[in-house]
Design a protein around this ligand. Structure first.
Ligand SMILES: Cc1cc2nc3c(=O)[nH]c(=O)nc-3n(C[C@H](O)[C@H](O)[C@H](O)COP(=O)(O)OP(=O)(O)OC[C@H]3O[C@@H](n4cnc5c(N)ncnc54)[C@H](O)[C@@H]3O)c2cc1C
Length: 469
């Protein structure tokens, strides 16, 4: 993007790609390529010139050598469920999909490690290891659609981050293809490893701008035996937020503490055409506790339930079995879909603040909504300070909408940063947030990151148009 001139994909390049991956894995028609023009960001699209579905590491290495020779951009892609435009080919060229590299290669019960290809759907890893009594905790809400490669690239999080951390805390080994076509293998089935710079952590969260990940070794832990879920309605959001601080002060660390504002619950009701319990409450907390000993989890449950009621909860609904749990979680899982149903044109942010600043953040966001006369609905991860802020177009005229979105976004970012936060907690900078990077990071950091990128990819053929302003 930085004034780089790329070559168009011509017949010779297409033929070379066919030689590498086979005829069936090269897509050229507009219809076949349409799914690869976008991710889940509303309204962001760009056309690839060709889509290639790789099945082996060696093919990806050959594709990079070709792309380097010809100066054609390459955009890696998992399932296209990203929320920052990371997989959208902003400069055209080749979309390199790893969707067919979708094998779980080994579950190693002795070392508590699973080895997978990047195109495996994350939920399939969960199910496979849970059958063996093991646990891979990171659980993006999109887990039945997104790939583990996309999770590594985005540094994905999820509700269980409160207790168990995010994707980067579980990656022990990576095989990756550099833009030069070289294949590197970092780490292994190693719980400890400080041999040289930590390239695993550098690649994790690099948003597909440094290398394409082709094999992943993830750390597992034993599957907790007991789980209790609570849905807790409040009439006052601040009371809900104070409860979260009270858990931590009591040294209880729930697995998840999610929150949903009333407007998000009402949107889910309209989508599902059915009533959510206590739908008139100003806010709901959704809390999960887990552990191995039923007595210990029950003891935490008693304290948590009591703290909720003491801080003004209207009730505490409990689920101890799967069907009841699924009912409690249904509303949370349907929020993004419901907001799209409410207003097909909308804008989603992913800001993160220190947990204790959530009330100040939500109050400030209400002020922003008031200032621009726009509807904003929030939900997210109260336990880790990550709030998904949804600005809805509703029936605003398009001209007004296009004028206010950047202003609303900037106000929200400035507010977040003033509270000690950052502009994205788990969705990444990608194409949609790159112009705002200088609000969050100083020039010296951005320059350092640019130089790191240039070491990996001096010709900027890998995923141009992402992260950097
Ligand atoms: C309804 C919904 C709920 C969501 N919930 C969450 C959530 O709870 N937590 C969360 O963190 N995110 C969430 N997301 C965002 C999204 O699912 C994650 O960012 C996910 O990691 C994207 O994976 P993907 O396979 O779809 O990646 P894609 O969208 O295909 O790609 C994402 C980025 O990864 C790069 N990439 C993909 N594969 C590779 C590879 N093998 N090597 C190198 N780079 C690669 C791409 O170039 C791109 O930059 C949600 C999205 C939706 C739509």
């Amino acid at each position: 993007m930085d004034n780089v001139v790329y070559k168009e994909v011509d017949a010779g390049i297409v033929e070379a790609l066919r030689q590498i991956v086979g005829e069936n894995n090269v897509l050229l028609s507009a219809e076949d390529m349409e799914p690869y023009t976008h991710d889940e960001v509303v309204g962001l699209r760009a056309n690839p010139e060709v889509v290639v579905r790789a099945t082996q590491t060696e093919q990806i290495a050959e594709i990079f050598k070709l792309a380097q020779r010809e100066r054609v951009p390459v955009t890696p892609r998992g399932a296209g469920w990203g929320l920052s435009g990371g997989a959208v080919p902003m400069c055209g060229g080749i979309v390199l999909s790893v969707e067919k590299m979708n094998r779980i290669l080994e579950i190693d019960k002795e070392n508590l490690m699973v080895t997978v290809e990047p195109g495996v759907i994350t939920g399939n890893i969960h199910r496979a290891v849970e059958e063996e009594g093991l646990f891979y905790p990171p659980d993006p809400a999109s887990l039945d659609s997104c790939t583990i490669g996309g999770n590594i690239a985005e540094g994905a999080g999820g509700p269980r981050a409160v207790k168990y951390g995010v994707t980067k805390h579980y990656v022990c080994g990576l095989e990756a293809v550099l833009p030069s076509g070289e294949v590197i293998t970092c780490g292994g089935k190693l719980v400890k490893n400080v041999t040289g710079y930590d390239l695993i952590q550098l690649l994790t969260g690099s948003e597909g701008t440094l290398a394409v990940v082709t094999k992943i070794i993830l750390r597992l832990i034993p599957l907790p035996k007991v789980q209790i879920d609570l849905l807790v309605p409040y009439d006052d959001f601040h009371a809900a937020a104070r409860t979260v601080s009270a858990f931590i002060a009591e040294r209880i660390l729930p697995t998840t503490i999610e929150f949903m504002e009333r407007d998000s619950i009402l949107a889910v009701e309209r989508l599902l055409q059915k009533e959510v319990p206590f739908h008139d409450a100003e806010a709901h907390l959704l809390i999960q506790l887990d552990g191995n000993r039923p007595e210990a989890v029950d003891a935490d449950f008693e304290v948590v339930g009591e703290l909720c009621l003491r801080h003004g909860a209207r009730d505490v609904l409990v689920a101890r079995d799967r069907p009841t749990r699924d009912r409690l979680w249904e509303a949370r899982r349907k929020i993004i879909e419901s907001l799209k149903h409410e207003s097909p044109i909308n804008h989603m942010e992913d800001v993160v603040v220190p947990r204790s600043q959530i009330p100040a953040l939500l109050k400030g966001i209400k002020d922003v909504a008031e200032k621009y006369k726009v509807r904003i609905i929030n939900f997210g991860h109260a336990g880790d300070g990550n709030v998904h802020v949804n600005v809805l177009k509703d029936d605003l005229p398009m001209e007004r909408w296009e004028a206010i979105v950047p202003a609303v976004t900037e106000d929200i970012y400035r507010l977040t940063i003033s509270l000690g936060g950052m502009i994205t907690g788990e969705h990444g900078v990608g194409a949609t947030r790159r112009r705002y990077l200088p609000l969050a990071l100083d020039q010296a950091q951005i320059e350092m990151m640019r130089r790191i990128r240039a070491v990996f990819d001096p010709n900027q053929i890998l995923n141009p148009g992402k992260i950097f302003p």
